[in-house]
Design a protein. Structure first.
Length: 114
């Protein structure tokens, strides 16, 4: 079974950029649709973006045009490239299959200062 580990979070000023990584082990990601999710303090976990095995991408309305979800099949890694970050993007970011078929990992904290 595939296992996913998130990394790349940190503290960034509003308007800045950050790239998160979701590295897979155990099995290739090539047949999976991988999604990024986030959970802000006091809020429910929500969908951010997804990359399907066929190359299709989807995004939450709040991040369209600012976030992209590139994928490196050689490194078996999916990224979340975030631009024009806002304080409301502060959250713990997680990756999982789009259908949330795996146990949640530790996530990676993203903090955007105003």
């Amino acid at each position: 079974q595939v296992q996913l580990v998130e990394s790349g979070g940190g503290l960034v000023q509003a308007g800045g950029s950050l790239r998160l990584s979701c590295a897979a082990s155990g099995r290739t990601l090539n047949s999976h649709t991988i999604g990024w999710f986030r959970q802000a303090p006091g809020k429910e976990r929500e969908f951010v973006a997804a990359f399907s095995w066929s190359g299709d991408t989807s995004y939450a309305d709040s991040v369209k045009s600012r976030f992209t979800i590139p994928r490196d099949n050689v490194k078996n890694t999916v990224y979340l490239q975030m631009h024009s970050l806002k304080p409301e993007n502060t959250a713990v970011y997680y990756c999982n299959t789009r259908s949330v078929s795996l146990a949640w990992g530790q996530g990676t904290q993203v903090t955007v200062s105003s």
